[in-house]
Design a protein around this ligand. Structure first.
Ligand code: NCD
Length: 304
């Protein structure tokens, strides 16, 4: 059964096809109004979410399907001690697809081993977030017209930021990609990702100061310091405002830079930047809904 657990499980060709469908949905939304008629999507969110859960729900509703689920584990039998395996076996009797967000790395993979219906990883701990990457890829393709020959700066919490990990794994497969990793020493990308990039031969540099590199970037992907993954509050407070993007800091940046952020932002991008034509983060939000629509149709088709 086809699931979406890790973006690297899907080939660049599969992802391009999904982007083509999303582009078509943007151009001709009426053609898809009942494409998922009589189908149900369950959203099982064991962690907070605004965009991911609501965009999945909006996507399913726009396709003529229906949604059910929970937005906090405390309102489900999880609070009584039910396992992920039993929960998805149960929900798989009610729904045709399951989108799951969970604080434990690998939980959606466990779910997929037991589920009678396709599982979508909607974020697992500090690990992966493949559907955010779908939104990011479509945004880069629409903004830049290409997914190769790019210098991509990733800035902020690169250790716990799961959107960063999935995006790097996806972009590493395109030609002439270079990553500029901007983070405090303590929040550098995990070692496995660094090794993965080396083995794929993808060049990257690691720096601490955004000012030193901002002028070299085609894409700047800002991230929030992931408070919920810290062991102690003092470390979070010390690191949380490591990077704040202002119009002043953008002065040396390229005129065709794309400024991205998976959102929610806390303090990483000043509101004044929102008006700059290079700001793409709310475009990502919209593109995410379209890519989730394309994903839902692909998984329903594959499960037939
Ligand atoms: C991200 C997440 O949950 O990992 N948000 C999202 O889904 N767009 C990023 C974050 O929480 O910082």
């Amino acid at each position: 059964m086809l699931h979406l657990l890790d973006i690297a499980d899907w080939s660049p060709e599969d992802l391009e096809k999904l982007m083509d469908v999303a582009d078509d949905m943007i151009a001709r939304p009426d053609d898809y109004f009942d494409a998922a008629k009589r189908k149900k999507l369950a959203t099982l969110f064991y962690e907070p979410s605004t965009r991911t859960r609501l965009s999945f729900e909006a996507a399913m509703l726009e396709l003529g399907g229906q949604v059910l689920g929970f937005s906090e584990a405390s309102s489900s039998s999880v609070s009584k001690g039910e396992s992920v395996a039993d929960t998805v076996r149960t929900v798989g009797c009610y729904a045709d697809l399951i989108a799951m967000r969970h604080p434990k790395e690998g939980a959606p993979t466990v779910a997929a081993a037991f589920s009678p219906v396709p599982i979508i990883n909607a974020g697992d701990g500090g690990h992966h977030h493949p559907t955010q990457t779908l939104a990011d890829l479509l945004t880069i393709r629409r903004e830049k017209g290409r997914l190769n020959q790019l210098v991509i700066g990733l800035c902020g919490d690169l250790q716990f930021g799961r959107t960063v990990h999935s995006l790097m794994n996806a972009m590493a497969r395109y030609k002439s990609i270079r990553f500029v990793l901007v983070s405090p020493e303590e929040l550098r990308v995990p070692e496995y990702l660094r090794e993965g990039m080396k083995s794929l031969g993808v060049p990257f540099t690691e720096v601490e100061r955004l000012e030193d590199v901002i002028g070299t970037l085609d894409v700047l992907y800002m991230t929030r310091v992931q408070k919920e993954r810290f062991f102690n509050e003092a470390d979070y407070v010390r690191l949380k405002d490591s990077y704040i993007l202002t119009m002043e800091k953008l002065k040396p940046a390229r005129r065709d830079l794309s400024i991205m952020h998976p959102l929610p932002r806390v303090n990483e991008i000043r509101q004044a930047v929102d008006k700059d034509p290079r700001a793409c983060y709310f475009k990502q939000v919209l593109n995410g809904k379209h890519m989730r629509k394309a994903l839902i149709l692909k998984l329903l088709e594959a499960a037939k």
